[in-house]
Design a protein around this ligand. Structure first.
Ligand SMILES: [Ca+2]
Ligand SMILES: [Ca+2]
Length: 269
């Protein structure tokens, strides 16, 4: 039990002897949220090709996404669809699609509007079927597509305003992840992001393919604009950009139209 707990605590580092090989087929032990699932083998899955709303802090349709995943998987054999190139994420979770005899869970969630297309590179899967399902859900105003946060072409999926350690010493530890949720590739050259203090930073020339994300770091660094790997841009600040206690990130296009706004707030409980 102690060994098990210590493995959980250091999930980012492989256990001695390396990660176990995930099974090809299994059954589901529990569904944490719409895209995070534990198999009866103990393997934790990060579902490929979709990102569902978070439960903590709660986002609209997070509960519905979890319940839909539970209904889809409950009591069934599931087949894992893994990429040989990229079998695990930074937390040691297995990156896999989950298929049952009724089809793909990712496709099902996209059809219901309970998540958006989300690629974790490297991944050269043909996304056209999933993008078509997303387009149908959007056109019908289902689920997340009925909410304010998904009316623009970009959506901030996470906001790390508080970098690990001292933010002044780790400016690039502040970052946001932003997904292209439009129905095509998006050139964000000249788009801007601003904080609650009104400081604005301009995006460099970058094309985000449909369903891909870009990590936006506060400090200096070399932009990574090749979508076969994780896209990254650097705002070039020498000091932290985001207030650790409370801030708001707003992304606008080159005409000043707001595409998405996301609050960071430390919750006391
Ligand atoms: Ca900060
Ligand atoms: Ca910090």
């Amino acid at each position: 039990m102690l060994l098990f707990l210590s493995l959980l605590a250091t999930a980012a580092a492989p256990p001695p002897g390396g990660w176990p090989i995930p099974p090809q087929e299994s059954t589901v032990a529990s569904v944490y949220d719409g895209d995070t699932i534990t198999l009866t083998t103990g393997d934790k899955i990060r579902l490929r090709w979709v990102n569902t709303p978070e439960l903590r802090p709660p986002e609209a349709y997070g509960v519905e996404a979890r319940e839909a995943a539970e209904r889809f998987l409950s009591g069934k054999r599931v087949r894992l669809v893994m990429s040989g190139e990229n079998p695990r994420d930074g937390y040691g979770r297995v990156l896999a699609g989950l298929d049952t005899d009724e089809g793909s869970l990712s496709l099902h969630l996209l059809e219901l509007g309970l998540g958006h297309v989300f690629v974790i590179p490297p991944d050269d899967t043909d996304l056209s079927e999933m993008i078509a399902a997303q387009d149908r859900a959007r056109a019908a105003g289902r689920g997340i597509w009925s909410t304010d946060r998904y009316q623009g072409t970009l959506h901030m999926t996470s906001f790390h305003a508080n970098a690990a350690g001292d933010d002044n010493e780790n400016v690039n530890g502040e970052y946001l992840r932003v997904a292209n949720v439009s129905n095509g590739d998006l050139n964000v050259d000249g788009y801007r992001i601003r904080n609650a203090g009104g400081q604005e930073y301009i995006f460099p020339a970058l094309t985000i393919p449909n369903g891909h994300t870009v990590e936006i770091h506060s400090g200096q660094g070399q932009h990574q604009t090749n979508p076969s790997q994780q896209l990254e841009i650097f705002l070039g600040s020498s000091v932290p950009v985001w207030d650790n206690s409370r801030d708001r990130a707003v992304i606008v296009d080159r005409f000043g139209t707001v595409l998405d706004a996301r609050d960071h707030e430390v919750r006391s409980r």
